[in-house]
Write a new protein. Structure first.
Length: 113
């Protein structure tokens, strides 16, 4: 997940002092889609109220009910790091492996123009 495998984020993202964005795709196991959606919906309001959160959205594919696309934008790398340290995110990350199809995640980092 990181440039050097030494942290929760790539080093260049953690050091960012300007806005950074992340997009990702997750495929959810059969029979787990409704439960995953419920989990995501339960944390979205908390995420969107966090300091440094510019935008956070989760979309579900029209073509594949098990495919979700996430997009988040943060004021800085420090804001993302603080987000990842929230207790509700630790709970979320602890549950995600039971929902996702291994190897189907597609994370990517970018900077808005």
């Amino acid at each position: 997940m990181s440039d050097t495998d030494e942290g929760p984020l790539p080093a260049r993202i953690m050091a960012a002092t300007s806005p950074v964005a992340m997009f990702g795709e997750a495929r959810i196991r059969p029979g787990k889609v409704a439960e995953f959606e419920e989990l995501i919906r339960s944390i979205l309001p908390k995420i969107r109220q966090e300091d440094g959160c510019i935008h956070y959205t989760v979309n579900r594919s029209h073509d594949d009910d098990s495919a979700f696309v996430l997009y988040e934008e943060w004021e800085s790398g420090a804001a993302i790091l603080a987000h990842l340290q929230q207790p509700f995110m630790a709970d979320y990350f602890g549950k995600v492996p039971g929902f996702t199809v291994p190897g189907a995640e597609l994370p990517g980092w970018s900077s808005p123009l």
